[in-house]
Design a protein around this ligand. Structure first.
Ligand SMILES: Nc1ncnc2c1ncn2[C@@H]1O[C@H](COP(=O)(O)OP(=O)(O)O)[C@@H](O)[C@H]1O
Ligand SMILES: [Mg+2]
Length: 239
């Protein structure tokens, strides 16, 4: 089976700082994969490289067998890559409906826009908050709205950067169920996450990034038992 995403020999420096070093990374279609690593490891930068918001210094990115390394972000989105970034991407003064309209405006019109909006509202459990300003939603609801904004285009690959940050355990569990639901509909998922219970809930495979390099990769139990990972990551998380 062709990997849905294949990153080969990816390198990126900001000034003198290496943020991606010789990254070889692949995602199996239909998988749920987590990316973990200490703050500053380069996880968010890796997402921006995949989406095309940063150009790599060298290396290639293939999506569904096509080299997309030189494509612009909107071209990658059109091919089926969608990202929910770590920085909030909702407009707090706009209603839930208006936020969805802004997110979908370039991709959906008329009946499609209406049908997708309805489906996403239901998915995000926001049917009763349609006219609520996004800023008045709970933190969890804001994150779900943003995930909803990212799936309107019906991506084939969804990247989520710390989707459960600041959530209660219940909200986190529900988010995991939502991602399983999306995965069941054929969407491959790559999520940056710190909460190991959440990683256990969703991930079939885990990759550890450290100083812009892939430090380890394996199943959740392999990663938890990996002594080096405990040192660089789990140790840090326990501080
Ligand atoms: N646009 C940028 N310009 C310069 N340095 C950046 C930029 N974005 C991120 N960095 C740096 O790249 C490194 C990795 O950051 P980031 O990808 O945000 O890490 P993570 O998401 O793993 O916490 C950090 O040292 C950060 O300061
Ligand atoms: Mg980050």
């Amino acid at each position: 089976m062709t990997d849905i995403l294949k990153v080969s020999g990816l390198n990126k420096k900001f000034g003198g700082v290496t943020v991606a070093q010789d990254i070889d990374f692949a995602l199996t279609p239909g998988s749920m994969h987590c990316l973990i690593g200490p703050n500053g490891a380069g996880k968010s930068t890796f997402f921006r490289l995949i989406l095309g918001e940063h150009a790599p210094d060298s290396g290639t990115i293939e999506f569904r067998g096509e080299d997309i390394t030189r494509l612009r972000s909107f071209q990658r989105i059109r091919r089926g890559i969608s990202v929910k970034f770590q920085v909030p991407g909702i407009f707090k003064a706009l209603s839930v409906r208006q936020n969805l309209e802004v997110a979908f405006q370039h991709h959906l019109h008329g009946h499609n826009l209406e049908a997708t909006t309805k489906r996403v509202l239901e998915f995000a459990s926001l049917e009763r908050e349609v006219e609520t300003p996004a800023g008045a939603l709970s933190h969890g609801q804001q994150q779900w709205l943003e995930i909803g904004m990212a799936i309107g285009v019906e991506p084939k690959l969804l990247l989520l950067d710390e989707p459960t940050a600041g959530m209660s355990p219940d909200e986190t569990r529900k988010t995991g169920e939502m991602l399983h639901d999306l995965n069941g509909r054929g969407i491959t998922i790559l999520a940056v996450e710190h909460d190991m219970a959440f990683v256990e809930q969703i991930a079939t495979r885990v990759t550890v990034l450290h100083f812009g390099r892939i430090f380890a990769e394996g199943t959740i139990s392999e990663i938890i038992e990996h002594p080096g990972v405990q040192e660089i990551y789990l140790g840090v998380a326990d501080e």
